[in-house]
Design a protein. Structure first.
Length: 188
């Protein structure tokens, strides 16, 4: 088969130019369509990511507020616990009695020949009771006299049975205790 081309060379160049123009035009249109699709996809992705970011920011803010509330609640509970402990310490300290001066004065009042076997002080009603042995009646009377002169003891009671024997006396003395007596500076 034979093909005859009756077009002029200028017409052929124009046809070739149009063919090339359409090819370039198709490539540009196709590129623009692809770019539009990519732009639409990126825009949709941006919207989804922005939505996720907003959700995360909201969740983070809520979590931060909850943490701060828990910290403030924990701090409030800690303060309440500390105040309760301070109240307990204050109650314990208010019930504290310095027994050392009473015991030192008691040791000073024990006369020669007197041995204490029992020494009881009731804090609730401020009473005392001493039990022990005395070698002689005179040593027991000296001990009782020393207790009566002490600023820590008053209303000393001695049963008559304490004085019936002259030697080897088992005795019991009782009375009132003054915890914080007014003591002259030079007396101790």
């Amino acid at each position: 088969m034979i093909t005859l081309n009756f077009t002029s060379p200028a017409q052929r160049d124009a046809n070739q130019f149009q063919k090339n123009y359409r090819l370039v035009q198709s490539i540009i249109v196709l590129s623009v369509v692809v770019l539009i699709i990519i732009a639409a996809t990126l825009f949709a992705s941006q919207m989804v990511l922005q939505s996720k970011l907003d959700t995360i920011a909201s969740d983070t803010l809520t979590l931060k507020e909850q943490t701060e509330n828990e910290k403030s609640l924990n701090l409030g509970q800690t303060v309440q616990n500390f105040n309760s402990l301070l109240g307990n310490v204050s109650a314990i300290q208010s019930e504290y009695v310095a027994w050392s001066p009473v015991l030192i004065e008691t040791a000073k009042t024990v006369a020669n020949g007197v041995t204490l076997t029992s020494f009881t002080i009731q804090k609730t009603n401020l009473t005392f009771q001493f039990s022990g042995n005395a070698d002689t009646r005179d040593s027991l009377l000296a001990f009782k006299n020393n207790l009566e002169q002490s600023p820590f003891y008053s209303n000393i009671e001695s049963p008559i049975s304490n004085l019936l024997s002259k030697e080897n006396i088992s005795f019991t003395l009782s009375g009132q205790v003054t915890i914080n007596p007014q003591i002259e500076v030079g007396s101790l």
